[in-house]
Design a protein around this ligand. Structure first.
Ligand code: SAH
Ligand code: SF4
Length: 416
């Protein structure tokens, strides 16, 4: 377990460096959060981890009326209250029973950074075991999208990804996924509220972690966030992104109607296995057969994400192979110019090259977008989420990879 006092320097409070110097309990006060050890998390259950069905069952077990679950959901997710006593239309005895068994989490915010470039907000929350979780709020045109984490770290070890370097520390519990959305919502900045009202419009499971490696908790969190008495976000506005865990992907398709995004990132097994070890388990054929079998709703498509790595996967042949690979799958392609991070050996292609790649696909009737990542100046962009401590410890490894990439960059890009 990480010692809370370790969280004291460059990880913290970029908005106000004075705060970073204070002890953790002091910081908790500044952010109006309970001090360490004050939340009784040992004996009580976090109520935001309960789906509506599970909460209804709990309330039935307490011998109370069914409609109480609706009331509780309303207070939790619409009014976003922090104490049971604020649930004023719930009778006192029910509140007391709830209080005995449950608590309402509000994870301490230990950092918030705002991108000067695009107003993306990156939040860092502390879990009860002192691990930290990152989530990013992204105002993009008429959408307010939140990118949530599903794990601390990630086991998939993709070579280009900052989170992948950390290894998997643990799965997030259902409530820890929901609490990212809830806690950010309790504190939406004024300019965001003025523009978007009191709720995000979209959720993407594209933060730290491989969501399908934590499928049950991810499904429960979706259940809670889509519930009409909860955040009431439509399934169509939620996207789960996977590196390609095929059986879990098929399971997701059976059990949920959210959008699926698949991180393709390479067009040959050779390169994909090199940069995404998951490909050794489920190769391109297995992955794309899985996509063909995926239960898509009417007029829905799978999004294929494609991180563009200069000189590695950005050639004309790659673009051609994308079209061949995706034949027969209702798909769209999302090109993500690689976001460099300090210890990384890969290079981002020029925007012109990315646009030429896009045009090639567009000309052949493949819907293709370019994702200009949010918050690059605060390391909030895809693949850049991780704690700085982990980053430092991997720095040497990064330098070794850089040397390997320099060798590779002598191979000409076929884009020319
Ligand atoms: N684990 C899931 C979801 C989180 S990663 C997945 O891999 O799909 C979200 C997206 O960011 C993925 O498409 C991934 O390929 C991409 N990504 C990771 N590191 C990146 C980087 N450094 N630059 C650009 N995109 C990156
Ligand atoms: Fe994990 Fe996704 Fe990063 Fe790969 S790209 S290491 S699956 S978070």
């Amino acid at each position: 377990m990480r010692n809370p006092e370790d969280l004291n320097s460059d990880d913290l409070i970029s908005l106000n460096p004075d705060v970073a110097a204070k002890p953790l309990d002091e910081r908790a006060k500044i952010f109006d959060m309970p001090a360490i050890g004050k939340v009784d998390t040992e004996t009580r259950i976090p109520i935001t981890g309960l789906t509506f069905a599970k909460l209804s069952a709990e309330i039935a077990q307490l011998g109370k009326e069914k409609y109480r679950a609706e009331q509780v959901f309303f207070w939790l997710y619409r009014r976003r209250i922090r104490k049971f006593e604020e649930m004023t239309n719930v009778s006192k005895d029910v509140r007391a029973l709830l209080e005995e068994k449950f608590y309402i989490p509000h994870p301490p915010q230990i950092n918030r950074q705002i991108s000067k470039e695009d107003n993306a907000h990156k939040y860092l929350y502390r879990c009860t075991d002192e691990r930290t979780i990152e989530t990013v709020l992204m105002p993009i045109k008429d959408r307010l999208t939140q990118c949530v984490s599903s794990q601390v770290g990630c086991a998939m070890a993709c070579a280009f990804c900052n989170t992948g370097d950390m290894g998997l520390m643990r799965n997030l519990k259902t409530h820890e996924i929901v609490d990212q959305v809830l806690e950010v919502a309790r504190n939406y900045p004024n300019d965001i509220v003025q523009k978007f009202g009191d709720r995000i419009t979209n959720i993407v499971y594209m933060g730290m972690g491989e969501p399908l490696h934590n499928l049950e908790n991810v499904l429960d969190s979706i259940d809670i966030l889509t519930h009409p008495n909860g955040f009431n976000i439509s399934h169509r506005k939620i996207t789960v992104s996977t590196s390609g865990l095929v059986p879990q992907m098929l399971e997701l398709g059976k059990r949920s109607k959210v959008n699926l995004a698949v991180s393709l990132n390479a067009t040959t097994d050779e390169l994909r296995s090199e940069i995404m070890p998951v490909n050794k388990r489920y190769n391109l054929k297995a992955l794309l057969d899985g996509c063909r079998a995926y239960e898509l709703g009417p007029s829905r498509r799978i999004t294929f994400e494609y991180v563009m790595l200069k000189g590695l996967n950005d050639s004309r042949q790659d673009a051609q192979r994308i079209l061949t690979l995706l034949k027969g799958i209702p798909s769209k392609v999302n090109l993500i110019p690689y976001n460099p991070h300090p210890a990384s050996p890969f290079l981002r292609p020029d925007l012109q090259e990315v646009k030429a790649f896009q045009q090639y696909l567009l000309d052949r009737n493949m819907t293709t977008t370019i994702r200009i990542s949010k918050g690059p100046d605060i390391l909030a962009a895809c693949g850049q989420l991780r704690s700085k401590e982990a980053l430092k410890s991997k720095y040497q490894e990064g330098r070794d990879r850089k040397a390997a990439a320099e060798k590779r960059s002598h191979q000409p890009s076929a884009n020319a």
